[in-house]
Design a protein. Structure first.
Length: 324
């Protein structure tokens, strides 16, 4: 009769000897938390350099400009203003600032609505299925955007000079009896600047509208036609509501661009006659770099432009964006 064996105890499996496949596989396993942490660090490694560059290039100069707007003096001889808001207080007493601001708003009120309406009409025409040579027409209308700001302003200055092409053509067709000094009168000089803005920026906005039109669901248009809606009603009640986001975007971009306009005023009329065509950005340049530079007051003007742009953008967002 054999001797009874001792009861076996439940023991945890022993670790595999080092160097075997089981030990190597177990050593390569990484906790999920470590994987998530590694991915997060990788993402931050890509984001931090770009964020630091944005802060260095954009936000740090804005902070410096804010401190500069609280100082007064000429050239580099600056000291803190007393009171600190002295430069901002001066804005309300500066007749030239008020004149340039009103002139800029004239450009804004007249040019932006006309430009957006023309861009919308052109986008609808270029989106029509019956139109031939679409690529050519789209390129031709967009091409002015590729022309340099200084170049096109100088071309317009030559066209509307007293002995320029505009006077020659109008006299030839009997619309004028004598040459007109287009750039020497306030009304006509402003009109030339507005024409230049329309010529250059209409095609830019047209591309946005055209891209939005091509993304509209065709079934909604077909349903409107089946219900008996004509072309205008289909456009107004079906197409326009779907274009509201892009219309809002173009309105904000055009408003911001007009309020910061400089090249047309500087190169076409140099602000004349009598500063009546000068924009507020042009005036900012003159305060900063002409005559006796006043960097503190110029910084205050720049912040006034920033505040106006922000207020108008907020109003446009509030009025135009009806989403819940």
């Amino acid at each position: 009769m054999s001797a009874p064996t001792a009861p076996t105890e439940d023991r945890a499996p022993s670790a595999p000897p080092p160097g075997t496949k089981e030990s190597l596989g177990r050593s390569k396993r990484v906790p999920l938390s470590a994987i998530a942490r590694r991915r997060s660090l990788t993402g931050w490694a890509f984001i931090i350099p770009a964020a630091a560059l944005i802060v260095l290039v954009n936000f740090w100069p804005m902070i410096q400009a804010l401190f500069l707007s609280l100082q007064t003096g000429r050239g580099t001889r600056l000291s803190w203003a007393e009171p600190l808001w002295l430069n901002y207080q001066r804005l309300f007493q500066d007749e030239t600032f008020r004149l340039t601001m009103s002139t800029t708003f004239i450009y804004l009120i007249i040019q932006v609505p006309i430009m957006l309406c023309i861009a919308m009409v052109l986008a609808n025409l270029l989106n029509a299925p019956w139109l031939k040579f679409k690529g050519f027409w789209r390129t031709a209308i967009f091409l002015p955007c590729a022309v340099g700001l200084v170049s096109y302003a100088l071309v317009f200055r030559q066209i509307f000079a007293t002995d320029g092409l505009a006077n020659d053509l109008l006299i030839k067709f009997g619309l004028l009896d004598a040459n007109v000094n287009w750039l020497g009168e306030t009304g006509t000089a402003r009109m030339v600047i507005i024409l230049g803005l329309l010529w250059r920026w209409t095609g830019y906005n047209m591309i946005f509208f055209l891209a939005a039109l091509q993304n509209i669901d065709r079934s909604t248009l077909e349903a409107a036609r089946v219900d008996g809606a004509n072309g205008f009603k289909t456009f107004w009640y079906v197409t326009m509501p779907q274009l509201k986001p892009i219309i809002l975007l173009c309105a904000i971009l055009s408003t911001n661009g007009t309020l910061q306009m400089f090249d047309e005023s500087f190169n076409l009329t140099n602000g004349g006659p009598g500063n009546t065509t000068m924009t507020v950005s042009h005036y900012l340049y003159n305060v900063s770099f002409r005559n006796s530079p006043n960097f503190g007051y110029a910084a205050a003007i720049s912040y006034a432009i920033l505040i106006i742009v922000a207020i108008l953008a907020a109003i446009q967002m509030k009025v135009g964006d009806k989403r819940d």
